[in-house]
Design a binder for this molecule. Structure first.
Ligand SMILES: Nc1ncnc2c1ncn2[C@@H]1O[C@H](COP(=O)(O)OP(=O)(O)OP(=O)(O)O)[C@@H](O)[C@H]1O
Length: 314
């Protein structure tokens, strides 16, 4: 797995389109309650599909269905590749008593991987996610970000041909996010199909070949190719020392795009805030006036008009 990637490859796809999975009007109900309705799309080899939508819109349910863990109530799900190997990183990963090594070796063995291959891959992946020094420690005291890295490593073992990631950037610090993004681009260019749920627009822009917007269990918009995305500049603000109430206030301000709290390498809690560039001055003023500290402010490429997409009635 290379660490260096030409980011300009993002947004393209390789070779002739080969379908791995086709969903035709699938629906899912829990009891009488519809959670997904008439969802249809195809997953092609060597492409990245982003699922976006508000909390509770059905993204995790759709990923669990693709992972084969949840049965559909109606419709048709066809797997076109009899040798399809699926890697799945669910949204929640519990802290276990086991060490990362014990857990990941067991997961590799359960998936039928040879012990030698498991060791090779673990060495590479522990290095990539900077977890070499933690491989023999109990995961009970791991931070959210460390657990997320273990969750991701588990999904990557055995070079899956379909990688399903439920909010993969959640809890990661910025360097780890960038490394993961680089790795996903490498895998995509090698032919892996990736489907991920995401809230942060910068990852959609960087990674996605197509985007499905889910609202109340239905796909309300599908966008193919980054050139059709509605782009506007965004600003990434790294900050600390704000109360939960103040962070909530930021979320409700015009121009808010996404927020992610994580612990940095010195175990200090930081918050990464992405906002539209046109509103960034207002956010900076509110953060400082509320007693927060600002560590960095960076312009980001384009972001998408997620609010508009995710709220089709507005
Ligand atoms: N096992 C379950 N039993 C009953 N209802 C469920 C179950 N799993 C999910 N739901 C409901 O299905 C709906 C969709 O949930 P889902 O987790 O798929 O949404 P999501 O888009 O992934 O949300 P988030 O962004 O918060 O993770 C929610 O209303 C949720 O409460």
């Amino acid at each position: 797995m290379a660490n260096l990637v030409d980011r300009n490859f993002a947004g393209g796809s390789i070779g002739v389109a080969t379908s791995l999975i086709e969903l035709e009007q699938i629906s899912k109900q829990y009891g009488r309650r519809p959670v997904l309705e008439d969802v249809s799309f195809t997953i092609e080899k060597g492409t990245v599909t982003a699922l976006i939508g508000r909390n509770g819109s059905g993204k995790s349910t759709l990923l669990s269905i693709l992972a084969g863990l949840v049965q559909i109530s109606s419709g048709k799900l066809s797997c076109k590749d009899p040798n399809l190997r699926i890697g799945y990183a669910p949204e929640m990963f519990p802290g276990l008593k086991l060490t990362p090594e014990q857990y990941l070796r067991s997961m590799g063995q359960i998936s039928g991987l040879a012990p030698v291959l498991i060791e090779q891959e673990l060495t590479t992946l522990f290095q990539l996610f900077k977890l070499e020094h933690f491989r023999k420690q109990s995961m009970l005291n791991f931070s959210k970000g460390m657990l997320q890295k273990i969750n991701l490593i588990q999904s990557l073992l055995g070079s899956p041909s379909l990688l399903l990631l439920d909010e993969p950037m959640s809890g990661l610090d910025l360097p780890s996010m960038n490394k993961l993004a680089d790795l996903l681009i490498v895998l995509r260019n090698k032919g892996t199909a990736i489907v991920f749920s995401v809230h942060e627009p910068q990852w959609i822009e960087l990674l996605a070949d197509q985007v499905h917007v889910i609202h109340e269990g239905k796909i309300v918009k599908s966008i193919q190719g980054s050139e059709k995305l509605n782009i506007k500049p965004s600003t990434y603000i790294l900050l600390s020392n704000l109360s939960i109430q103040k962070l909530q206030q930021l979320k409700e301000m015009a121009g808010f795009i996404s927020i992610n709290t994580f612990k940095d390498s010195c175990n200090i809690e930081r918050t990464a805030l992405t906002v539209t560039s046109s509103e960034s001055d207002t956010f900076l003023r509110v953060i400082l006036e509320s007693g927060g500290s600002i560590q960095s402010v960076e312009p980001r490429g384009g972001s998408h008009d997620l609010e508009k997409w995710m709220n089709p009635r507005s």
